[in-house]
Ligand binder design. Structure first.
Ligand code: BGC
Length: 752
């Protein structure tokens, strides 16, 4: 993806001015010379650090403090301030310093596309959900994803994004699972890191969130996530670290919840010790919206900017400085970080210009990413792809497939063009936590692909009618959905609205029944043995219907693999149910925290530590419904010839396409730790860690030998007492293959 050129407007002006001076009269030359921006911090040859330092010296205390808080949120009645109209309809606004050429931050949510555009009369592309994109295991898709969102943010006049969710899917019932990139630190960190790197390269301030352990929405404003340092370092924090080291984001958003007692936005361990200390993060930390709880404590812990208001980092911060309770050096550190972020991301030199969003390009990128992300979970007797010569009639049942496909809600919500597609025309406005359907009809897309096949639709609301249609068709495809949103969690992983029963009935009527899932997280499938095929399409985005139709008819060979374990039952998870908050605090899950509320001792105990997802299933010796890393193709692949270079920490092996179609294989490499050679882990872990992966496109009969680098960070263990990482000497088990539960190649890597 092309990086935008970083030649500042002021610098171009300078070049133009020189030309003009050369050929003009003295008076004109003088006028032009006066307009040349000679301010030293405008010199793009200097480092962002140096430029930030130069500006810092020019600022008064009030000007500094203005950079450390928001000024409201466009669509929230509780969060209005005098400058809120300047948010451009977005999530926030930070007043810059015009006097010095420092632009204001105009901030929008943009988890899978620019939020709230419809309400402002604008258009935005919806990309597939982040969990969907993670299923591509493809850094290039992630980069295209981020670059597209970055360019649409700019076209809409924003210069800062709130996206980049990288909390691990520790709790698959988390209502924001679709906004995150799955359960493995290496995969999630790689996907979100590349997404944000390319988004920020469009010259928007990149932001990675929600730091940290924001793994459920229930009671999110007060829940205390309790976890050992080792457990969090080797799981959720590792995902953040990998993402941050790839993206070098200008900002990190701290989360609402507490971690081991302290709110994440005033948690000195998370912000000061780990993020800024251990990882050397140089950008700024902004609080989640309403997630700031104090002035002095938060400032000392490392919060740099309160959002979206100035309850703690406005007048109170000024007072604290005047009274000597907050040292000026601390303020300077916060301000330097905000300025550094602006220079680093390019928003000073290349401010956004409002323009028309390239709709066609958005469709194209969204389709390609979705095609790489769809996961084929079951394909009995090659029921897929659909062969028109053999399939003369298809019953499409349920899931509003005649009209569109569902999307994820909350602050991630992208507005569909024309409003909610399942509502009558003119009534399509979107609201916080509505089920929003995009006008992307799989029925119409399939009809376009198969013009000579009879394709009928039944809404699935009357079982008898659905069964009748299924029985009289050669093939039945049931569309099933699981809707998710910020501010709520799923009670369980069952498909809602009686869809399991519908699938059972249709499958009983037609042995060639395929289920297409549009889900935000994993789902249970009590009917799995009875259906012939299962396709996971996730929240499929603006071109989801086309990508899906391409996969169903075989124009695209599916290649995605699960970034999250699908359990047989919630009982197999570390937490079968999310513990309910105490009665007096229920219903406050997503509301701004009530400062007068009695202190809460509501906690979740993450005793599973780093055993998240497949690691838990392996350690507990439980068999999931579908394992992490699993996904089928219309062709087959064989693995051979593993060799390991211990010094270089690389693994080489050969993958061959043994089928008759071209296809892409995601090859996965896992590692196990050496036996008890290090006293930090007396217990040998009961799981293998994902250590590397590669996507390999192969024509039929062709093979390729790939070299996969092992990321040393995933081989290390964290020593809590010494606060350090160890790479234990010994023999590490190395395994390669198509899925976490099927690793035909094995060898060992020696660390001396
Ligand atoms: C969410 C953030 C979001 C912010 C601004 C919060 O409720 O947790 O993810 O960026 O609102 O909309």
């Amino acid at each position: 993806m092309q990086k935008r050129s970083l030649i500042p407007c002021s610098f171009l002006l300078f070049v133009a001015a020189i030309g003009t001076i050369a050929g003009s009269s003295g008076a004109v030359a003088q006028d032009v010379a006066q307009s040349i921006d000679r301010r030293p911090w405008m010199n793009p040859q200097l480092s962002p650090e140096d430029r930030a330092d130069l500006v810092l010296k020019q600022l008064t205390l009030d000007e500094k403090i203005a950079l450390l808080h928001g000024n409201g949120m466009a669509h929230d009645a509780n969060w209005q301030a005098p400058l809120t109209p300047l948010t451009n309809g977005g999530a926030g606004y930070v007043e810059g310093e015009k006097r010095l050429g420092i632009p204001s931050l105009v901030i929008s949510d943009a988890a899978y596309g620019v939020r709230d555009s419809g309400a402002n009369g604008r258009y935005a592309t919806a990309m597939p959900s982040s969990l969907g994109a993670a299923s591509s295991w493809d850094a290039e898709s992630a980069c295209e994803y981020g670059a597209l969102i970055g360019s649409e943010l700019r076209a809409q006049g924003f210069n800062m994004t709130l996206g980049g969710g990288v909390d691990l899917a520790r709790e698959p019932k988390d209502g924001r699972t679709f906004e995150y990139a799955g359960e493995d630190p290496l995969l999630a960190g790689t996907i979100v890191g590349n997404l944000m790197k390319c988004e920020q390269a469009q010259h928007v301030v990149g932001d990675i969130k929600h730091y940290a352990m924001n793994d459920q929405e229930t009671g999110r404003n007060f829940v205390n996530a309790i976890i050992s340092k080792r457990g969090m370092q080797e799981s959720d924090l590792l995902a953040f670290h990998i993402a941050i080291s790839i993206a070098n984001p200008a900002a990190v958003m701290c989360s609402y919840n507490r971690v081991n007692g302290d709110y994440a936005c005033e948690n000195s361990y998370l912000l000061h010790d780990v993020l800024k200390g251990q990882w050397g993060f140089k950008g700024f930390v902004d609080s989640d919206w309403g997630g700031t709880h104090s002035t002095e404590k938060a400032s000392a812990a490392g919060l740099d900017q309160e959002q979206p208001m100035s309850n703690f980092f406005g007048a109170k911060l000024r007072e604290a400085v005047d009274a000597g309770r907050v040292p000026l050096s601390e303020i300077d550190d916060h301000v330097r970080r905000v300025l550094y972020a602006e220079f680093l991301s390019g928003v000073v030199d290349d401010p956004p210009q409002k323009s028309v969003v390239d709709v066609e390009k958005g469709f194209e990128v969204a389709e390609r990413v979705e095609e790489n992300s769809i996961v084929l979970l079951k394909n009995r007797q090659s029921v897929l792809p659909i062969v028109p010569a053999r399939v003369h009639s298809i019953a499409i049942i349920g899931g509003h497939a005649d009209v569109g496909m569902i999307s994820g809600g909350g602050s991630a919500q992208v507005d569909p063009p024309g409003g909610n597609a399942i509502l009558p025309p003119g009534k399509g406005a979107t609201h916080w936590q509505d089920h929003i359907w995009f006008p992307t009809s799989p029925l119409l897309a399939l009809r376009a692909k198969l013009p000579h096949t009879k394709i009928d639709f039944d809404p699935g609301t009357d079982m008898d009618s659905a069964v009748k249609l299924a029985r009289s068709s050669d093939l039945a495809i049931v569309f099933a959905y699981q809707w998710e949103s910020e501010g709520m969690d799923l009670a369980n992983l069952s498909l809602p609205d009686n869809q399991d029963a519908l699938i059972e009935k249709v499958a009983a009527a037609n042995s060639r029944t395929i289920v297409v899932l549009e889900t935000g997280s994993a789902v249970t499938m009590p009917w799995l043995d009875k259906v012939a095929g299962v396709v996971e399409a996730w929240y499929a985005g603006s071109s989801g219907h086309k990508a899906l139709a391409n996969v169903l008819v075989g124009d695209v060979n599916p290649s995605g693999k699960l970034a999250i374990t699908f359990p047989k039952s919630e009982q197999d998870l570390p937490h079968a149910a999310i513990p309910p908050p105490p009665p007096h605090l229920r219903g406050q899950g997503s509301a701004p925290v009530n400062e007068d509320a009695p202190p809460s001792n509501y906690a979740v105990h993450y005793d599973e530590g780093a055993e998240v997802g497949y690691k838990w299933f392996q350690a507990e010796r439980k068999t999931p419904l579908f394992p992490f890393g699993f996904g089928l193709s219309y062709t087959t692949f064989a693995y051979s010839a593993l060799s390991i270079d211990s010094a270089a920490k690389t693994v080489r092996f050969t993958v061959r396409n043994t089928g008759t179609r071209a296809g892409t294989e995601i090859a996965e490499v896992y590692a196990t730790l050496p036996k008890g050679s290090d006293e930090t882990f007396q217990h040998l872990e009961g799981f293998a860690r994902l250590a590397g992966f590669a996507r390999i496109a192969l024509d039929p009969g062709k093979s390729e030998t790939v070299t996969v680098a092992i990321d040393p960070r995933v081989l290390q263990t964290y020593d809590e007492t010494a606060s350090s990482w160890n790479l234990a000497p010994g023999d590490y088990g190395i395994f390669a293959g198509p899925s976490s539960d099927h690793l035909p190649l094995s060898g060992s890597l020696q660390v001396r």
